[in-house]
Write a protein that binds this ligand. Structure first.
Ligand code: HEM
Length: 488
C-alpha cells in the first residue's frame, strides 16, 4: 500500500530526491526547510556509545519461576509461581568500541532486565563469576588500561598487563580471561553470573546472601585463538549475527536460573570474603539451587530502540532484593544511572526499553525530552492534594554497621582462588591457558611487568608460574617473590 511521505512535523513532503534550487543550475535555496531538517537531523544521529560494553546484541524473552523462594525473599518475581515475567537481555564485549570485532578475547557482558509488577529488576552481570578489581576507585584506571594508548591510539598489551601486574586482585579473573572461556563461540553458549553477592530479605526480615548463576542449556562452546582471529576478519559481527539468526529461525536459547543462598551470619563468617567480587563461594559449601529459567524468543524490532537505548543498572532493585556491602557493587549503584543520564538524557527511563510495566508516580518533573510529565498533578510534597505518598515496601532493611570510617583493603589472599582454578583445569586446557598467556604477555616490552605478572601466577600455583616463566624465558629467582602485599 502506498503511504504518503510526511516530514517530522507531519506536513506533506513533496520531493525527497531533488533539493529546491533557483532554476535548473541555480544554488540550493535556504527556504528548502525539509532539506535543512534532514541534514540537521542526520548530524545528530549518533549518541555517545557506552563508555564500556559499547558493542553488544540484545533480545527479548520471558522468565518462568519453577521454585518458590519465599523462605528466602519476599521479591514477587521469585515467589509468584506460574507467572511469566517479560525480560530483555543485552550481551556485550567490554573493551572494544561499537564497531569492534565480536571474537576478540574479552569478558562478555550479560545484562538482564526483568519487567516485574514492582518495577524493573536488573542483574547486570558478566559471563565470569568474578571481576578484575574489587574497589570502584580502581575501575576507571582499569578501563583506561584496556582502552587505547593516549599517544598511539592503539590498544596496548603494555598498558593492560602493566595494570594487572600491579593489581594482584586481578589474577583470578585474568586466569579466566586467558582460559578457553575468554572467547565464547556464541552468546547462546556461555553461562552468565551476577558476580556480586546480593542481599535477599524475606517477609520476616531475615537476610540471606545470594549469588546468581545462569546456566546455558545450549552447552558451553568456545573458539580457539586461530579461529577467533579468522572470524574477526571475516565477520566482525559474528556473535551478534549468531544470536539474531538463531532467534529469527525459532531456535530460542534458554538458561536455567540458579542461586547459591547463604544464611546471613554464615556469610559473614565464611572463610573467603563473600563481598569481595574477585572471589567465588564454593558450590560444595553452597550448592546451586535451580529456581527457574528464561528463554529469549524475540529480536527487538529496532536495534537502536531495543538495545542501544536500553539502560541497565545494578541499582534497579525490587523489594526483597537489596545491595550487599560489596564495595564494587556500591560504586556501580551510582555509575550506571549517571551514565544513562549522560548517554541518553535525564528522562531516559521514559524510553520504551526502560519504561517499567507499572506507571512511575513521583514528583520529578520536566527536563529534556519529557514525555510523561504527570499532567496537572501536584508537583511537590508534602501536599494536601492527594499526591502519591511513600510506600514502606520500598525501604531497605535496616542493618548494623560498625567500625571507624577509613580506606580499607579486602583481606584476601588473591592467589588462592586462581591457583585452585588452575588445578581444576584439565591438562589440555591448562596447556592452552599457558600458551595464551605467553602469547599475550610475551608482547609486553617491560621485563618488570612480565616478571611481576608471572610472580602472581607463581603465587597462585608454583607449577602455573613456572610454566609461564618457561614460556617467557624468566628465571625462578625473578618470579619467586611478588614484592607487593597480595592481600591488598
Ligand atoms: C556497562 C561502569 C563493574 C557489567 C557499564 C557502563 C558503565 C559501567 C558506566 C555503561 C552503562 C551505560 O552506558 O548504559 C562500571 C563501574 C564498575 C563496573 C563503575 C565498577 C565499579 C562491572 C562489573 C560487571 C559489569 C563487576 C559485571 C559483573 C557491565 C555490563 C555492562 C556494563 C554487562 C553493559 C550493560 C548493557 O548491556 O547496557 N559499566 N562497571 N560492570 N557493565 Fe559495568
Amino acid at each position: 500500500m502506498r503511504e504518503d511521505l510526511k516530514n517530522s512535523a507531519g506536513q506533506p513532503w513533496g520531493d525527497n530526491e531533488h533539493s529546491l534550487t533557483a532554476g535548473q543550475r541555480g544554488p540550493v535555496l535556504i527556504q528548502d526547510y525539509n532539506l535543512l531538517e534532514k541534514l540537521a537531523h542526520f548530524n545528530r544521529e549518533r549518541i555517545p556509545e557506552r563508555v564500556v560494553h559499547a558493542k553488544g546484541a540484545g533480545a527479548e524473552g520471558t522468565f518462568r519461576l519453577t521454585k518458590d523462594m519465599h523462605q528466602y525473599t519476599k521479591a514477587k518475581i521469585f515467589t509468584e509461581m506460574g507467572k511469566s515475567v517479560p525480560m530483555r537481555i543485552r550481551f556485550s564485549q567490554v573493551a572494544g568500541e561499537m564497531g569492534s570485532a565480536d571474537t576478540v578475547r574479552d569478558v562478555r557482558g550479560f545484562a538482564l532486565r526483568f519487567y516485574t509488577d514492582d518495577g524493573n529488576y536488573d542483574i547486570v552481570g558478566n559471563n565470569t563469576p568474578v571481576f578484575f578489581v574489587n574497589d570502584p576507585l580502581k575501575f576507571p584506571d582499569f578501563i583506561h588500561s584496556q582502552k587505547r594508548d593516549p599517544r598511539t591510539h592503539e590498544r596496548s598489551q603494555d598498558m593492560q598487563w602493566d595494570f594487572w601486574a600491579h593489581s594482584p586482585e586481578s589474577v583470578h579473573q585474568v586466569t579466566i580471561l586467558m582460559s578457553d572461556r575468554g572467547i565464547p563461540a556464541s552468546y547462546r553458549k556461555m553461562h552468565g553470573y551476577g558476580s556480586h553477592t546480593f542481599k535477599w530479605v524475606n517477609e520476616a526480615g531475615e537476610v540471606f546472601w545470594v549469588k546468581y548463576h545462569f546456566r546455558t542449556a545450549q552447552g558451553i562452546q568456545n573458539l580457539s585463538n586461530d579461529v577467533a582471529q579468522r572470524l574477526a576478519g571475516e565477520n566482525p559481527d559474528y556473535l551478534q549475527a549468531d544470536l539474531y539468526h538463531a532467534i529469527e529461525a525459532g531456535d530460542f536459547p534458554t538458561w536455567k536460573v540458579c542461586v547459591q543462598v547463604i544464611p546471613e551470619q554464615a556469610g559473614l563468617d565464611y572463610p573467603a570474603d563473600i563481598f569481595d567480587v574477585t572471589q567465588v563461594v564454593s558450590q560444595k559449601d553452597y550448592p546451586l539451587i535451580e529456581i527457574g529459567e528464561f528463554t529469549l524468543n524475540k529480536n527487538p524490532d529496532n536495534y537502536f530502540e531495543g538495545v542501544e537505548e536500553a539502560a541497565f543498572s545494578p541499582a534497579n532493585l525490587v523489594p526483597g532484593i537489596e545491595p550487599s556491602p560489596d564495595k564494587l557493587l556500591q560504586g556501580r549503584l551510582f555509575a550506571y544511572k549517571d551514565a544513562a543520564r549522560y548517554r541518553l538524557g535525564v528522562n531516559y527511563e521514559q524510553l520504551p526499553a526502560n519504561r517499567p510495566l507499572n506507571h512511575p508516580n513521583n514528583y520529578e518533573r520536566d527536563g529534556f525530552m519529557q514525555t510523561d510529565n504527570h499532567g496537572d498533578q501536584v508537583n511537590y510534597e508534602p501536599n494536601s492534594q492527594g499526591g502519591p505518598q511513600e510506600d514502606p515496601a520500598g525501604r531497605l532493611t535496616p542493618y548494623t554497621v560498625s567500625g571507624k570510617a577509613g580506606n580499607y583493603a579486602y583481606q584476601t589472599d588473591y592467589g588462592r582462588a586462581a591457583g585452585k582454578l588452575y588445578r581444576l583445569l584439565p591438562a589440555d586446557e591448562r596447556q592452552r591457558l599457558i600458551e595464551t598467556i605467553v602469547m599475550n604477555l610475551g608482547q609486553v616490552k617491560s621485563h618488570d611487568v612480565k616478571r611481576l605478572e608471572t610472580a602472581q601466577f607463581y603465587e597462585a600455583d608454583h607449577d602455573y608460574g613456572l610454566a609461564v616463566a618457561k614460556g617467557l624465558g624468566l628465571k625462578l629467582d625473578e618470579i619467586k617473590d611478588y614484592p607487593f602485599d597480595t592481600t591488598h
